[in-house]
Ligand binder design. Structure first.
Ligand code: ADP
Ligand code: ADP
Ligand code: MG
Length: 667
């Protein structure tokens, strides 16, 4: 059967990615979207688009019936699930097929077979695929599991059988810590997956995550498209992925490829899938030191690195397979060309423990040239707390690993995002990290080097001064001086015009005085400037491009002023300045009267009401931001004066959520 119109049951970059290939193949596309995504890029790109519900994924992108209804109404004949959401939901696959549509992915039974890690491991053992030593049986009692952990030998890893995204996983070093780790893994698993059953595995020493891309068709053919190395991880989540795996011996590639094909064949797999292995790299890569962890029965986030080294379009293969075609190539027609690396750009604050962030992307420019960028947003779009905060994937290809990494680092330096904080500086540093650059990889690399990877980049004084000049509104013609009102002044110093203003830099408030000099140029004064002041000359701006001279050196940068912020892109780094609004002078937590949100997010639960007495540390509000949940506690003993938010409200970073009455009531 031919596929003529595909509905993409997803959003963001993967929806855009699928639409691109469908268009190339002459296939029409239908987007579905939530109320929060009405203006989203994937909606604009698709031929047709259908609104399926409110922002919450559970009310839209996870609503199988609304999606099927959209497919029927638009006459789509196939559904591509992307990754996440309904992509690994066997019930959805069955419903799609029952509606007479093609599901662009594996069968419901294949997904079910790999859906739970314990059952998948049992199945793989039978198929003679090496699995991580451990216990994945029925028993769940503490004594049994603790006993198994002893037999396996510490350290062990407790894993939620229904786990994903690194959740419900605890590394346990000693027997003494086992019980506590087990209950906390169970709690997390219950909350995230509604299933608190776990398995216990040997924690592999010097672990490397190496996975094999497999592909099957409906004619019994299965091939592998080599490996990807995803050892650069944080909290068991991938940060940078690459292909091929550095240092991979040919016999090991062969063995892993074969094991992955065996795994796929054991479940009659059709479509794109990834078999994830954990590798003991304590003694280099060896053909007998890899074990099956899990199989992801979908297209993977990091599939582009495989595309770049094989020259293939995996989405095209998915569509062809779903249409009933045979795989386009056989195993011996496949080969590896060069090296590819992908970095995931997220709206998150690496310096604040990678807190997810939100914001309107006031400015967004991706690197051009010999670089691939898979993005799901454009300038002006908003990163909301409802979905994954990934902004884009930047992917580089080179003849060697060093060349690919060099291109990636260069591309990250040319990535300009204003309006939210991103992890690009962290990613650039990772590219240059001596261990990473020389491929001394294991999954602990990022944690070990976290301090240097997340250190705040030094702020060049000239850039600080230039930001103040831009905000002063006194800068030369042609600049966007939208913020004169936020400055104090003008006044005069020795007969020349001057203004005073404050900017927040890395959480610290800095006072600046900007003075136009009679002889031309500017004198910017601030305590944070080494000599107390700095001179800027020959300042000229054309749009966002600024040129200026400081310390006798002519420099250039890009400077963007957006709502409450100035963002400067200079020598590959992003420098953010916040213009204080003057409105929020509330006390900070720690004895104050107010409860603030520590990050942008959604209020899940309000636990107090006005008039209620609270003790210091009592939970007052529970909020959720992307993948995290946090409890905000009373800063001191007192009585709740008012609650400024209600459940479901969206709040920004630093917003006041509740207030206590002044003074402490005697108990
Ligand atoms: P992968 O295993 O493909 O690399 P990750 O493990 O990084 O994916 O992502 C964790 C989970 O979150 C995966 O199940 C993935 O499908 C899902 N996910 C990641 N990004 C998004 C997104 N933008 N939209 C929906 N789901 C996502
Ligand atoms: P998820 O479904 O959350 O992706 P995985 O089983 O794929 O769970 O494991 C996620 C990550 O945890 C792996 O990429 C690896 O870094 C680490 N990990 C998993 N199992 C082991 C193990 N047995 N030993 C060491 N690290 C492991
Ligand atoms: Mg995994």
């Amino acid at each position: 059967m031919t596929i003529t119109k595909i509905l993409i049951a997803n959003r963001g970059e993967i929806a855009c990615r699928v639409i691109r290939t469908a268009r190339k193949m002459g296939i029409a596309t239908v987007a579905v979207y939530s109320e929060a995504d009405a203006g989203a890029l994937h909606v604009e790109m698709a031929d047709e688009a259908v609104l399926i519900g409110p922002a919450q994924a559970s009310e839209s992108y996870l609503k199988a019936d609304a999606i099927l209804d959209a497919a029927t109404r638009t006459g789509a004949d196939a559904i591509h699930p992307g990754y996440g959401f309904l992509s690994e939901n066997p019930g959805f696959v069955a419903a799609v097929e029952k509606a007479g549509l093609k599901f662009i992915g594996p069968s419901a039974s294949a997904i079910r077979a790999m859906g739970l890690k314990d059952a998948a491991k049992a199945l793989m053992e039978k198929a003679k695929v090496p699995v991580v030593p451990g216990y994945h049986g029925e028993a769940q009692e503490l004594v049994v599991l603790a006993g198994k952990a002893n037999e396996i030998g510490f350290p062990v890893l407790i894993k939620a059988r229904a786990g994903g995204g690194g959740k419900g996983m605890r590394k346990v070093e000693t027997q003494a810590e086992f019980a506590a780790a087990l209950s906390s893994a169970r709690r997390e698993a219950k909350a995230a997956f509604g299933d608190d059953r776990v398995l216990v595995e040997k924690y592999v020493a010097t672990p490397r995550h190496i996975e094999i891309q497999v592909f099957g068709d409906h004619h019994g053919n299965v091939v592998h498209l080599f490996e990807r190395d995803c050892s650069a991880q944080r909290r068991h989540q991938k940060v940078i992925e690459e292909a091929p795996a550095p240092g991979m011996p040919e016999d090991m590639r062969e063995a892993m490829g074969q094991a992955a094909v065996q795994a796929a064949k054991a479940i009659n797999y059709a479509g794109a899938g990834t078999v994830e292995f954990i590798v003991d790299a304590s003694d280099g890569l060896r053909a007998d030191r890899f074990w099956f962890m899990e199989m992801n029965t979908r297209l993977q986030v990091e599939h582009p690195v495989t595309e770049l080294i094989t020259g293939l379009d995996l989405v095209e293969w998915q569509i062809r397979v779903a249409a009933g075609e045979e795989l386009p190539l056989t195993q011996d027609q496949l080969s590896i060309n060069g090296h590819a690396v992908e970095a995931r750009i997220y709206a998150e604050d690496a310096a604040k423990g990678f807190l997810p962030a939100v914001g309107r992307l006031a400015h967004l420019e991706f690197p051009t040239g010999d670089i691939r960028v898979d993005a799901g947003v454009r300038a002006g779009d908003e990163i909301t707390p409802f979905y994954d905060p990934m902004i884009a994937k930047v992917i580089a290809h080179g003849r060697t690993r060093a060349e690919a990494l060099g291109k990636l680092a260069g591309a990250l330096g040319r990535t300009e995002v204003a309006g939210t904080v991103t992890n690009t500086a962290f990613l650039s540093r990772l590219c240059h990290d001596p261990d990473f650059a020389s491929a001394r990889l294991d999954t602990g690399l990022i944690d070990r080097n976290l301090d240097s990877l997340t250190a705040k980049p030094p702020m060049p004084e000239a850039i600080m001064a230039l930001a103040a000049l831009a905000v002063s509104g006194m800068a030369p013609a042609g600049t966007a001086a939208d913020t004169v009102a936020s400055t104090i002044g003008p006044f005069e110093i020795w007969g020349t015009p001057a203004r005073r203003l404050t900017l927040e830099i890395g959480g610290e408030t800095e006072e600046f005085t900007v003075q136009r000099l009679e002889a031309g140029g500017w004198r910017i004064t601030a305590a944070a400037l080494g000599d107390g002041a700095i001179l800027l000359n020959d300042v000229a701006a054309r749009g966002h491009d600024w040129r200026f001279t400081a310390g006798g050196v002519s420099r250039r940068c890009r400077l963007i002023q957006s709502e409450g912020r100035v963002t400067v892109f200079y020598e590959g780094l992003t420098h953010d300045f916040v213009k204080p609004s003057g409105a929020q002078c509330g006390e900070q937590a720690g004895g104050g009267d107010q409860v603030h949100s520590a990050m942008p997010g959604i209020i899940k639960q309000v636990l107090v009401a006005p008039g209620q007495e609270v003790a210091a540390g009592d939970a007052m509000v529970i909020m959720e931001a992307m993948k995290m949940e946090m409890t905000l506690a009373a800063p001191r003993n007192g009585v709740v004066a008012d609650v400024l938010v209600s459940e479901g409200a969206q709040v920004s970073d630093g917003a006041v959520l509740a207030r206590l009455e002044a003074g402490v009531k005697a108990a």
